[in-house]
Design a protein around this ligand. Structure first.
Ligand code: HEC
Length: 198
């Protein structure tokens, strides 16, 4: 009889230990899964405003709205920008195209990149490349490449932690790939004015 009672209390002790262990695990951070990364990445892309520049827009009665069919595919190839004066970008003003995917400034003309997971976007990039692009502002995410031009706000993204970079990358890799070869950056004619981004 004594044996049975002893055995019973052992079992309940074991059950308590297990449930205690489980609840400690549940109280700390939930496990990181692909789904949780995608969810976090989606939230970050939305709140960090990537669509503002990287998604082409449809003109609506309420103004420009993101063209979600071509989400994050950058400046649409083949678009003709409206004419601009010879001094544009050198006169102290910065010009944005109506859809915010092309910008003219002292740095020349920059076009928002295709950051969808197509091969014409970031489809073949490693996570490391993505981290180098977004935190160090390096074109194509290559250490020795040129600095990304304005208005890509990479300086604001320098402090992103590894977990958020991973979430952004995982999410971007999960969205619809869109084929679009964005025009190359056009440096200004002649020497750039003092203080211009290189
Ligand atoms: C205010 C406009 C703007 C915003 C907001 C913005 N970008 Fe950019 N981004 C650009 C432009 C313009 C370029 C191209 C710069 C160049 O060619 O030098 C670029 C380039 C990039 C590149 C490098 C692409 C390449 O081929 O080298 C990546 C990656 C990128 N952006 C990711 C993002 C992500 C992710 C977000 C949101 C978290 C974001 N950008 C927000 C304008 C923006």
């Amino acid at each position: 009889m004594k044996k049975i009672i002893l055995l019973g209390s052992c079992f309940s002790l074991a059950a308590w230990a297990v449930s205690c262990k489980q609840s400690t695990t549940a109280d700390s951070a939930p496990p990181v899964t692909k789904d949780s990364l995608i969810k976090r990445g989606s939230y970050l892309v939305a709140t960090m405003g990537c669509d503002d520049c990287h998604t082409p827009k449809l003109m609506t009665a309420q103004g420009p709205a993101p063209d979600m069919e071509h989400r994050l595919s950058g400046h649409p190839a083949g678009t003709t920008l409206p004419p601009r004066g010879a001094g544009a970008g050198k006169d102290g003003w910065v010009l944005f195209s109506m859809d915010q995917t092309a910008t003219v400034g002292p740095w020349g003309v920059s076009y928002a990149a295709n950051i969808s997971p197509d091969s014409t976007g970031i489809g073949v990039w490693s996570e490391q490349q993505f981290a180098t692009a977004i935190r160090k502002g390096k074109w194509k995410g290559l250490e020795n490449s040129r600095e990304l031009m304005p208005p890509m706000p990479w300086r604001s993204y320098q402090g992103l932690n590894d977990a958020d970079v991973k979430a952004l990358y995982t999410y971007l890799m999960s969205i619809k790939p869109v084929k679009n070869v964005v025009p190359a950056w056009e440096p200004p004619a002649g020497a750039p004015p003092a203080g211009a981004a290189q």
